[in-house]
Design a protein around this ligand. Structure first.
Ligand code: DX5
Ligand code: ZN
Length: 217
């Protein structure tokens, strides 16, 4: 079963509660929370304070994507804020193995994300330790960018790596996913789909979620 995780980056932050209720009612599985520090990525978004408020108004799984340098400093805050899955960027961690263990020590799920240009072999010695790999299909920092087609091969390769080791790891893909390309992404091996502008930015959220489901059923 493919899971949908709409990114609140494209929601209306002046009307966040209503927007979240809309996607929840439309039947999505998770809520993707994009955290940006203006350092690792050239944009600043939200932090643990907003996450905490969001956690109080939704039952969706909170899928927190940290685009921040040296995230160890803030893991506890995001756990306390209600994160169910915390994903860090491999490129942002000096000691990725330590960061993974730290997240796990709080009893939440752990994901590792790779920028489009980062090769999969960096996962070699940590793959067994993670619950999810998040492949970026745009360069992180902004919603509404164009999907990078080469990432489809990367998804296929990752799926092979995971299957070869007999692991049960989610493959999440994030950036530029729309109703008209989601099928290819899922066929390549992704089972968690992030969509920001295509869901929160849609005129009719419910209809957009329905169209996504239709494509990937
Ligand atoms: C990009 C973020 C994405 C983004 C996706 O840095 O990590 O989650 O919000 O937005 P769309 O679906 O519009 O590309
Ligand atoms: Zn994201």
């Amino acid at each position: 079963m493919v899971k949908l995780s709409p990114s609140i980056l494209s929601a209306n932050f002046a009307n966040l509660k209503e927007d979240i209720e809309k996607v929840e009612k439309a039947g999505v599985d998770m809520l993707h929370i994009d955290v940006m520090d203006g350092q690792f990525v050239p944009n600043i978004s939200i932090g643990p304070v907003v996450l905490k408020s969001v956690s109080k108004i939704t039952n969706l799984i909170l899928d927190v994507h940290l685009m921040i340098d040296e995230p160890d400093r803030y893991i506890k805050e995001f756990v306390d804020g209600g994160a169910n899955i915390i994903t860090v960027h491999l490129e942002a961690c000096t000691h990725i193995h330590r960061t993974i263990q730290l997240i796990k020590s709080y009893g939440v799920k752990v994901g590792v994300s790779l920028n489009p240009g980062t090769p999969l072999n960096h996962l070699e010695y940590i793959l067994d330790d993670v619950d999810m790999v998040l492949l970026m299909s745009v360069n992180p920092g902004f919603g509404g960018q164009k999907f990078i087609p080469a990432i489809k091969d990367k998804i296929r390769e990752l799926k092979k790596m995971i299957d070869a080791r007999g692991l049960n790891i989610d493959i999440e893909v994030d950036g530029g996913i729309k109703v008209d390309n989601v099928k290819e992404v899922v066929e390549a091996g992704a089972n968690v789909i992030v969509a920001g502008s295509a869901i929160f930015g849609a005129d009719n959220v419910e209809e957009s979620v329905r169209s996504f489901r239709e494509e990937i059923k």
